[in-house]
Design a protein around this ligand. Structure first.
Ligand SMILES: [Zn+2]
Length: 340
């Protein structure tokens, strides 16, 4: 129970244990990328503040207050998100929430207001600022933000910022296993973890996206079979795959870069350990052994074809031309045609 039930973010946790022990009129700002766990920690923080039998580690998890929070019905915990179909929180909605928050709490000693600050326009921020300048004793603000440059500087100067850090591979594995990934191999989980840059929310959504691991397999196999493909296979079948998945191009390109990078690692190091596709290590080693004529220069040229595609896409070049061009250049390098 309490903060110790959450994985990682040890610095944040230890500060939250102190802060929630005497939370009067405090205003917190949780910062970090989307999916890093700010909402989860905000809920645990609210639980610790509102708990009727607080333990040194935070909430007891047993009292009426803790149970109300678990059920999502605590009258003194208010969570503010944009109403359905809206990009941002409406100022009228926020005004009402702030007015209600000023009224004394119903069952706990405090009221906690969790606001998704990423969804606040400057008018809403000005409204929050007034409340932050003269906070009610019972009121605790928790603002969640992934991009502090969008917040008014005056807000930043009134809050205690708690920055969230990316999780280590080991922590990510434990989180993913707890959240339904227990049947996946450690290598696959480790791949999801690095692809998501240590951000659990991102890794979890990829883990639950059945198409993602299929896409990864497709791109990986594409690189593996490239040397055997003919010119027209590349131009039709392979291009069609990218064309069909245009909306996922960023993901596909990153997978492509990673697989090419793994091949480069295996060319440079006889027994590679540091591979992104670590679950496919044997296939990569076999590919390099079977295609001894591919050099690091070929791989670097193939990677350059991908970055050139990205540059071209920024200047709105035709998708068809630049994607075919990229695939043909990679094909040429992996067939190492100059040496044949
Ligand atoms: Zn409790």
């Amino acid at each position: 129970m309490g903060f110790n039930s959450l994985t990682g973010q040890e610095t944040v946790k230890s500060r939250l244990k102190d802060i929630t022990a005497a939370p009067s009129a405090c205003s917190l700002l949780f910062t970090g990328p989307e999916g890093i766990g700010k909402h989860l920690f905000a809920k645990e923080t609210a639980k610790a503040i509102l708990c009727m039998d607080r333990k040194p580690d935070g909430a007891c998890g047993q009292c009426a207050s803790c149970k109300y929070i678990d059920a999502g019905t605590h009258p003194d915990l208010i969570s503010v998100e944009p109403s359905e179909g809206r990009k941002n929180i409406r100022i009228a909605d926020l005004r009402e929430v702030v007015r209600d928050a000023e009224v004394k709490p119903q069952i706990s000693k405090h009221k906690v207001l969790i606001i998704n600050a990423d969804k606040t326009a400057p008018d809403c921020q000005n409204l929050m600022l007034k409340s932050l300048e003269e906070p009610d004793e019972h009121l605790v603000y928790i603002l969640l933000c992934s991009d502090t440059s969008r917040l008014l500087r005056t807000i930043l100067s009134r809050v205690t910022e708690l920055p969230f850090r990316e999780y280590t591979d080991e922590q990510m594995l434990s989180i993913l296993k707890d959240q339904g990934g227990e049947d996946l191999s450690d290598d696959k989980l480790s791949f999801l973890s690095s692809f998501s840059s240590g951000i659990p929310g991102k890794a979890l959504s990829l883990m639950n996206d059945s198409e993602f691991l299929e896409e990864r397999d497709y791109i990986f196999d594409l690189v593996m079979r490239m040397p055997k493909l003919g010119y027209t296979d590349v131009l039709y079948d392979e291009f069609n795959y990218f064309d069909k998945n245009r909306d996922k191009m960023d993901e596909l390109l990153l997978l492509l870069i990673w697989t090419l990078g793994d091949v480069a690692t295996a060319i440079a190091v006889p027994k590679p350990t540091d591979l992104k596709n670590s679950d496919k290590r044997n296939e990569i080693i076999k590919f390099v052994a079977d295609n001894g004529e591919i050099t690091l220069i070929n791989i670097s040229n193939a990677e350059k074809a991908v970055t050139d595609y990205i540059d071209a896409s920024h200047v709105n070049a035709s998708f068809e031309t630049s994607c075919c061009n990229m695939l043909l250049r990679i094909h040429k390098e992996l067939r190492n045609e100059k040496n044949r």
